[in-house]
Design a protein around this ligand. Structure first.
Ligand SMILES: NC(=O)c1ccc[n+]([C@@H]2O[C@H](COP(=O)([O-])OP(=O)(O)OC[C@H]3O[C@@H](n4cnc5c(N)ncnc54)[C@H](OP(=O)(O)O)[C@@H]3O)[C@@H](O)[C@H]2O)c1
Length: 374
């Protein structure tokens, strides 16, 4: 497949991918390359067209080379080996190879193979690397494009560590992250109450309202964690009930302070390290309150759980989405036109990533790479 770096020859270059050849700062190393239409799919594979693919924090860590899951290079796009960015995304089946059953043209599919490279227009994928998305009323493209990473992370963390009953409380930080938004909504759908912490910001009241509208019980900033009156406030809100689950997205001293709000025999589950600060926990919490600290990695969950369980969780989440109980994260769609040159396309992606890196974006960015192939 030929590499075209100048304005696109639309008749030949119907596809495009956002790629990198070396690890580094994603706002510098990512470029766009165009390539010719995909050949017909081989047996047991299908060709798909990506409709939307999110830019998640872990995608940037993968490009930086600091994430444990490593992608394989995609052959044939350029003279040198390149990696296609993106792990998650929604695609539509465009053609089907021999021996494939249970899939039809135009079905929606999401990826089950990690680091498959979703920031592209089209791709040939093995049938075992995808799963069909049940089309229920109310399920949007954004729901489906963001359903394989953050919602199951939220769902599993609320299910697998502490047997929570209706009326129980959960604390979390990074509460406005996509995972945090899913935690709030899944918790609310189970009748659980959430105490949510976010970074202070100018438009705080707007953010509090957004999270309360999703079902958050209380939303505070990390500043409140240093306020001595917080413990009494929490006691009053919970009616003195122990809080037994805390979810940690950020690490650092805010997490240490948040953990102090937990009761006896509680569990702290860490799934992100957005502050890039180490987590330090007072020994006294382990000795006198019998705290248990865990890590959770959804990728490991996918590797170790049977396909039936994975589909069961997906169906549960799809149903919540269809019922309007699990809304997609606040988001913005970044469209890259089929007529943009590769230079323009690459620049658009790098610009978005520069903004994401500045923080406090308040929304998930999703790429829509348009192609002239149907
Ligand atoms: N372990 C797993 O299986 C798993 C699964 C999914 C996600 N994750 C991880 O969970 C985290 C959130 O992912 P996401 O997709 O939900 O993220 P997201 O929607 O992009 O949101 C990012 C969150 O991180 C916060 N943040 C950014 N920089 C920060 C800093 N320096 N200090 C404190 N907070 C900061 C943001 O707060 P502001 O609005 O204040 O910037 C926002 O709440 C990431 O670390 C991701 O890798 C892990």
């Amino acid at each position: 497949m030929a590499f075209h770096s100048t304005r696109r020859l639309l008749s030949q270059c119907t596809n495009r991918a956002i790629v990198y050849s070396q690890n580094g700062d994603p706002a510098k190393v990512l470029t766009a390359v165009s390539f010719r239409p995909l050949p017909p799919p081989a047996p047991n594979t299908v060709n798909v067209k990506f409709l939307l693919a999110p830019i998640n924090p872990a995608d940037l860590n993968v490009i930086e080379g600091v994430y444990p899951a490593k992608p394989s290079p995609t052959p044939g796009l350029t003279a040198e080996p390149v990696f296609v960015g993106g792990n998650e995304g929604l695609a539509r089946v465009t053609s089907i190879g021999d021996g494939v059953s249970g899939l039809s043209r135009d079905d929606w599919v999401v990826m089950t193979k990690a680091q498959i490279g979703t920031w592209c227009t089209g791709k040939n994928v093995g049938v075992h690397d995808i799963v069909k998305v049940p089309r229920v009323d109310g399920l949007t493209e954004v729901h489906a494009a963001t359903m394989t990473v953050n919602p199951p992370t939220a769902y599993n963390m609320l299910k697998d560590f502490v047997p929570l009953q209706e009326g129980d409380w959960v604390i979390q930080n990074g509460a406005n992250s996509a995972v945090g938004q899913a935690v709030i909504q899944i918790a609310a759908s189970r009748g659980l109450k959430t105490l949510n912490f976010v970074r202070p910001r100018e438009n705080l009241s707007e953010l509090i309202k957004q999270l309360e509208d999703l079902g958050a019980t209380k939303v505070l900033t990390y500043d409140a964690l240093t306020d001595k009156s917080l413990r009494n406030d929490v006691k009053e809100w919970t009616g003195g009930k122990n809080i037994s689950l805390a979810l940690n997205c950020v690490g650092g001293k805010e997490t240490t302070l948040m953990t102090r709000l937990l009761g006896n025999n509680a569990h702290l589950v860490s799934y992100g390290a957005m502050s890039k600060q180490p987590l330090s926990l007072p020994t006294s919490l382990f000795i006198f309150k019998n705290l248990t600290a865990h890590g959770f990695w959804q990728s490991q969950w996918y590797l170790t759980r049977p396909r039936e369980e994975q589909e069961q969780v997906m169906n549960t989440l799809v149903n919540l989405m269809g019922q309007g109980k699990l809304k997609p994260p606040k988001h913005e769609i970044v469209s890259i036109s089929a007529e943009d040159s590769d230079e323009e396309a690459g620049q658009k992606v790098r610009d978005v990533i520069t903004k994401i890196s500045e923080g406090q974006q308040g929304k998930k960015n999703l790429l829509r790479l348009e192609s002239s192939e149907s």
